[in-house]
Design a protein around this ligand. Structure first.
Ligand code: BYC
Length: 311
């Protein structure tokens, strides 16, 4: 088949909502787009372990510590499913990790903020995992099969993460005046960065048009951000916290909230590597990678030996 026919087949598959699988023909730009998005997603999962890992030794009770440990381990697992999905697109794990550590690949802006108090762990679970699920639910129907399948399990685990965060916030918000103030302070600091997780406004998003055309994304950055605001307002209200946005107002005609504009200058500064924790995050990942070299060597040696025995 010539390229025209291959492209027609590819488009017809997408039109029938059939998934594209690793051995199927796909346009080179589709492959590149997916490698970029899936690997950035994988990097976000493993860098996302850092701000929360920061609180494992200081969790306020054994129960809290066990739950947080389980959550942080889940994030590591998500990274693994996603790196594996990216590898099916013909790129090696080494190359992907190298792109992260040398700053060629991005990871979510949200993980470049510090986690200052225990309430931040509640806010991260509630808002950051909440925003992640909002995005990932649609990704269960993304057009690339391995990515969609990874998302199914990730979404189930993220729902647990969101609930554990909301539960922490609920307990603090109903506790002493000091605890409630701590919860409100965490909400104030994490709210706007959570809205930025969805990416720049649609008219400033260079990748959205292709993502929608290829059914990689089923909803745009702005559509998802709007849904997230609509969902989160009542959750804050129920536990007596206030979203830190003076422009937040119910708009009957659109059936959703109007809300203020995130500080996009801060966002672009962070994704350029200049946020409060960018350097610390990459240096922690580099250290972990270097210290894990012997594990990779041992695993590879075992794999080689097994191959030789089976040959
Ligand atoms: N942070 O054209 P656009 C999680 C970049 S949660 C950093 O709109 P796209 C977790 C974008 O990459 C987070 N960079 O891009 C939760 C692009 O630059 P490049 C992970 C961002 O791809 C709790 C440029 O800005 N979730 O894992 O259509 C605990 C223009 O943007 C961000 C996902 O990754 C950002 N927030 O949309 C632990 C979901 N936003 O690549 C872990 C999958 C934009 O051209 N990813 N940029 O140099 C996506 O849905 C999309 O890739 C995005 C961006 C919504 C993130």
């Amino acid at each position: 088949m010539d390229t025209n026919q291959l492209e027609q087949n590819f488009d017809a598959k997408l039109a029938r909502n059939e998934s594209i699988e690793p051995k199927d023909w796909m346009p080179d730009n589709y492959r590149k787009h997916l490698i970029r998005q899936i690997s950035q997603h994988a990097h976000s999962e493993i860098v996302g372990m850092l701000p929360e890992g920061n609180w494992i030794t200081r969790a306020p009770s054994l129960r809290r510590k066990m739950v947080l440990l389980a959550k942080v381990q889940d994030e590591g697992g998500h990274g693994l499913y996603l790196y594996s999905a990216a590898e099916t697109l013909n790129i090696s794990r080494e190359e992907l990790i190298d792109q992260l550590l040398t700053g060629k690949a991005k990871y979510s802006s949200i993980f470049n903020y510090p986690s200052l108090t225990w309430a931040d762990i509640g806010a991260i679970g509630w808002l950051v995992d909440g925003a992640a699920i909002m995005n990932q639910v649609m990704l269960q129907r993304t057009s690339y099969g391995p990515y969609a399948r990874a998302m199914v399990r990730i979404c189930k685990e993220e729902s647990f993460h969101q609930r554990q965060g909301y539960e922490i916030m609920t307990v603090l918000a109903k506790g002493t005046a000091e605890q409630k103030a701590m919860a409100q302070d965490a909400l104030n600091r994490w709210w706007w960065p959570s809205l930025m997780m969805f990416g720049p406004p649609d008219e400033k998003s260079p990748n959205t048009a292709n993502a929608i055309k290829w059914k990689i994304k089923r909803e745009t950055n702005d559509e998802l951000r709007q849904k997230f605001v609509n969902q989160t307002f009542p959750q804050a209200d129920i536990i007596g916290l206030k979203l830190p946005d003076p422009d937040l107002k119910w708009n009957e005609s659109k059936g959703g909230f109007d809300f203020g504009t995130p500080n996009w200058e801060e966002f672009y500064n962070i994704i350029a590597g200049n946020g409060p924790c960018n350097k610390a995050r990459i240096s922690a990942r580099t250290k972990a990678h270097n210290e894990g070299a012997w594990v990779r060597e041992a695993a590879n040696a075992y794999a080689e030996k097994k191959k030789a025995v089976l040959a």
